[in-house]
Design a protein around this ligand. Structure first.
Ligand SMILES: Nc1ncnc2c1ncn2[C@@H]1O[C@H](COP(=O)(O)OP(=O)(O)OP(=O)(O)O)[C@@H](O)[C@H]1O
Ligand SMILES: [Ca+2]
Length: 623
């Protein structure tokens, strides 16, 4: 009895957690090859449930390579800026005259560019920016007008630094040469900057800022924004609250290559992509359309609105919104929490310090490896090494594939283990000699937990499975359908093996080496055929191809050779209590064992047929 009990223990698939772990680790390694670093193992599996991807705009969807392309002065002069990069190549031309402006040849443009250069912490050295790209763009503009040295004629006395909540920054300076009163230079979002202004610059002379003038600025901001430009307002004056408004600059930041395609694939596979940005509505919408967010049917919500909506109501509304604009870090957090409340599994990508909190609270935080800040990388649990947004798509597919593969080997291991346990139980109950001895059970155990199971974990997963919608977190691995399939395979294996056991049993009911060898080999063959059909839940073997998984082929081949060795090599025969079998015996066993494979393949065919007729029916109903 104790002997049988220990046999039963051996038949438990204790290798299951290890196989799951190894499969996850292999997944992480595969992802590393695709330039995605995963910091926590379970994230791989969570990716398959991801239903919403929130992305910060600047630096994630766009390249964060900022260039000023146009400007408007407060007195209504328009100018276009040519040249990209930071080498000072390019010109500023007034429109429509195309007159090239240098230094202060036009006072209004000169003052505007000067403010952008002085209220600035970026340094351009060897054609590269050190500091924020937005500020780098303003430095490059100053270089194009030969104004970049003007910063040195001021002494900076104080700085009110930029923050994503405040959305502006200012410096207090005095001229080095003259002993004049201090002067403030401010830059930031228009609606913030204009609150500190009482005057506007008109050809070098400050005039009171009238409502008409304000609405002109707003209109210009919208116009530039709808071209997808980030708009910054500039002002200067003796005191915050008594500033003179100088004008606006429009900064282009092109979408990253491949983002549009990635957004499309993600949407098709059921992940809805949302943009959360600190920029203004028009800019956000233009970029959103450009990258094909929500097929261009965009619904937007501002940070202010996020604040004003009741907590419960927010969860209902965020799902339908695809662009959040003028947000601060605390809004990003609120939006993610609301999405999670509505039942979504949320991934969030970001690059800045201001994204860190949101990255931490999302189910999957994704940071940019090259341009991202260290804080964001620390907070994230996944890093895109090359800042390649489309790598997220690969990672999500990997996540879905791994869950699918885990299901496959769980099916394989459980059906084997149930069969082995039942055989031992049945023989005990009916007081028969044990159909399998201890060494044989051990061998079966190795096959069950070892290479064949492991190789099911690396089965390449077909595109159809990857395009399926994200599974819900509540989905268990052991669904009812899967349990039924496991039981069905187990019943076939048990009946087949018992049949051989009965057939090979001599009259006196004392089992001989031939009896156990036949029963044992029968069970092992059943197991290998079972593994073959477990390679896919839905696809027939012809569809996935016999040679599709090299690891699997090797491990099955190894198992067959091992089995033959156990039967035919004398020293092993002694250990396993086996004896030689004839070719006909082997052929007969192969034929019998293939039944578990055939049956399961037929079931797949039947399910496919049902599925397609169902689809046709629903299609008819749709019509
Ligand atoms: N260096 C800066 N100085 C002054 N104002 C700035 C600066 N950088 C950005 N702004 C203003 O603040 C707004 C928000 O910028 P911020 O960098 O916080 O956005 P963000 O949340 O990082 O954007 P995204 O989510 O798109 O990356 C910008 O639209 C711009 O008007
Ligand atoms: Ca950013």
């Amino acid at each position: 009895m104790t002997f049988r009990f220990s046999l039963a223990v051996a038949a438990i698939p204790e290798g299951l957690p290890i196989v799951v772990m190894v499969t996850l680790v292999l997944g992480v390694l595969r992802m590393a090859k695709k330039r995605v670093i995963v910091k926590k193992l379970p994230i791989v599996e969570t990716l398959g449930c991801c239903s919403v991807l929130c992305s910060d705009k600047t630096g994630t969807l766009t390249a964060n390579e900022m260039t000023v392309t146009q400007l408007v002065t407060s007195d209504g002069l328009h100018a276009e800026v040519s040249g990209v990069g930071y080498d000072g190549q390019g010109t500023v031309c007034l429109l429509p005259s195309k007159e090239v402006i240098k230094e202060f040849s036009n006072v209004s443009v000169g003052k505007l560019v000067e403010a952008g250069c002085v209220a600035n912490n970026a340094v351009i050295r060897k054609n590269a920016v050190m500091g924020q790209p937005t500020e780098g763009a303003l430095m490059a503009l100053a270089m194009k007008m030969d104004l970049s040295d003007i910063k040195n004629s001021y002494v900076r006395k104080k700085e009110i630094p930029f923050s994503s909540e405040q959305k502006w920054m200012a410096v207090k300076c005095s001229l080095k040469t003259e002993d004049r009163e201090d002067i403030y230079f401010m830059k930031g979002a228009l609606e913030e900057v204009i609150r500190y202004c009482t005057m506007y610059n008109n050809g070098g002379i400050p005039l009171p800022l009238t409502p008409q003038q304000r609405s002109f600025c707003l209109q210009e901001e919208k116009r530039m924004g709808s071209l997808g430009l980030r708009v910054l307002a500039l002002a200067s004056g003796p005191e915050l609250g008594r500033l003179t408004f100088l004008g606006l600059v429009g900064i282009i930041d092109p979408p990253r290559v491949g983002v549009k395609e990635a957004v499309q694939v993600l949407s098709e596979s059921g992940v809805s992509v949302k943009m959360i940005t600190g920029d203004a509505l028009e800019t956000a919408l233009a970029i959103g359309r450009n990258i094909g967010l929500c097929n261009g049917k965009l619904k937007a919500m501002s940070g202010e609105e996020v604040d004003s909506v009741e907590k419960g109501e927010l969860a209902d509304r965020v799902g339908k919104v695809s662009v959040f604009f003028r947000t601060s870090p605390k809004h990003k957090l609120k939006i993610i929490k609301a999405l999670q409340e509505s039942g979504a599994i949320v991934a969030m990508t970001g690059d800045g310090v201001n994204d860190a909190v949101a990255l931490k609270s999302a189910d999957i935080g994704i940071a940019m490896g090259q341009t991202g800040t260290d804080v964001s990388k620390e907070a994230a649990n996944m890093i895109l090494v090359d800042d390649d947004f489309s790598a997220i798509m690969n990672a999500v597919e990997e996540g879905k594939g791994i869950f699918y593969n885990i299901k496959n080997f769980v099916r394989f291991q459980l059906s084997t283990s149930i069969s082995a346990l039942s055989l031992i139980t049945l023989s005990t109950v009916f007081n028969l000699p044990s159909p399998l001895n201890a060494m044989q059970i051990l061998w079966i155990n190795i096959i069950m937990d070892g290479p064949p199971a492991q190789s099911l974990g690396v089965e390449p997963v077909d595109k159809d499975t990857l395009r399926q919608p994200p599974r819900s977190v509540g989905d268990t691995i052991l669904s009812r359908a899967l349990v039924l399939k496991i039981l069905m395979s187990a019943v076939v294996i048990i009946s087949g093996t018992l049949f051989i056991f009965w057939k090979e049993m001599p009259e006196d009911r004392a089992s001989t080496p031939r009896t156990t060898t036949m029963t044992f080999t029968c069970f092992v063959f059943f197991d290998l055929f079972n593994a073959l059909t477990c390679r896919s839940q839905t696809k027939l073997i012809f569809e996935i191809g016999f040679l599709g998984n090299r690891m699997f082929l090797y491990s099955i081949l190894g198992s067959i050779l091992g089995q033959l060795a156990v039967i035919y090599i004398p020293p092993l025969q002694r250990v396993f209590q086996t004896e030689n079998l004839g070719v006909l015996d082997l052929l007969f066993l192969t034929g019998l064992a293939s039944s578990v494979f055939m049956l399961s393949e037929l079931l797949k065919l039947y399910e496919k047929h049902c599925c397609s007729t169902q689809r046709v029916q629903t299609h008819h109903e749709d019509v």
